[in-house]
Write a protein that binds this ligand. Structure first.
Ligand code: R5P
Length: 300
């Protein structure tokens, strides 16, 4: 049987886009949740008997805890049935932000979750993993081939279609990598704010020295989680006289009331990639993921 891609309910649209871009057949894995919260996964025909030598698993790891169990079940089952190569496409890779212990006793999850994937899969394709204190995923996944892509070029294409002469703005120093990528692709003016975080939801933002009066500003970041980073940046940009402020993010986590916070801060449009399924999705990552998947599959 030829290489196949498997995906879960709720991710059919981006998974099937990727399957089409990569020229692969795709099958749904059904999940049943028992009353006690254990999971049962079922592979649909033709995968209910035999599996191909190479299996591609599409699972974005937002709201990750149960999905990590799914990854374990699929990988161990596939190995038992003789699958030789397991490729994980996880457009959002969870637990990468917890990379240091700040208080005694804290368990640092980044290398542990990285190690979990490293043991189960042979290759990983992901998008803008949030790495602070390490620069490459290989440092936490030494065995497998890990391909890191970025959503910034696709978001830059969208911004170019939607706005004629915006200022691209990053809310913190870490966002400069995406801002520079997007500025290089579009030629738009750009700047990066300074951020001080005092807790999960307490953030202070200082704007760069740019004249924002009457300008359209697009804030770009890798992740919107609680929404407080973006909300403070939106307020600061509008207070500095900007005409409008839009948001473009790779990973639309938007936990809890994040969207509401951002709306109240005065955002105009919110655009995201489909790395995480969300109503703000405006950019499909399938063309970028498809090329990377071809590279991995042809790499043998
Ligand atoms: C942090 O460095 C990231 O790039 C994001 O700015 C951050 O994770 C956003 O988090 P939140 O939405 O909770 O402020």
């Amino acid at each position: 049987m030829a290489t196949r891609l498997v995906y879960f309910e709720g991710e059919a649209v981006p998974a099937l886009r990727l399957a089409e871009a990569a020229g692969l057949e795709a099958s749904l894995i059904k999940r049943h949740d028992f009353p006690d919260q254990e999971l049962m996964l079922t592979l649909a025909p033709p995968l209910d008997g035999a599996l191909p030598a190479t299996l591609v698993v599409y699972r974005s790891l937002d709201r990750p805890n149960e999905k990590l169990v799914e990854l374990l079940l699929v990988a161990r089952h596939a190995r038992r049935l003789g699958v030789k190569r397991l490729v994980l496409v996880a457009p959002y890779l969870a637990y990468m932000r917890q990379d240091a212990a700040f208080h005694p006793g804290e368990i640092v999850s980044q290398p542990l979750i990285g190690g979990f994937i490293d043991e189960l899969y042979d290759a990983l394709i992901t998008v803008d993993p949030h790495l602070h204190r390490i620069s490459r995923l290989e440092e936490v996944m030494p065995r497998i081939k890990a391909l890191t892509l970025s959503g910034a070029p696709r978001l830059a294409d969208l911004i170019r279609m939607e706005r004629s002469n915006p200022i691209l703005m990053g809310p913190d120093a870490e966002s400069s990598q995406w801002i520079e990528m997007a500025a290089a692709a579009t030629g738009f003016e750009h700047g990066v704010c300074q951020k001080v975080r005092h807790g999960d939801t307490r953030v202070e933002i200082a704007l760069p020295d740019l004249d924002l009066c009457g300008r359209q500003v697009v804030l770009m970041d890798d992740i919107a989680s609680s929404g407080h980073t973006l909300a403070r940046a939106i307020e600061a940009v509008l207070a500095a006289g900007a005409d409008s402020v839009d948001v473009a993010v790779t990973h639309a986590l938007f936990a809890g009331d994040a969207m509401e916070l951002i709306r109240q801060a005065g955002v105009n449009e919110v655009w995201s990639t489909d790395c995480i399924a969300h109503p703000s999705n405006a950019v499909a990552m399938a063309p970028t993921l498809g090329k990377a998947l071809d590279e991995v599959l042809q790499g043998g």
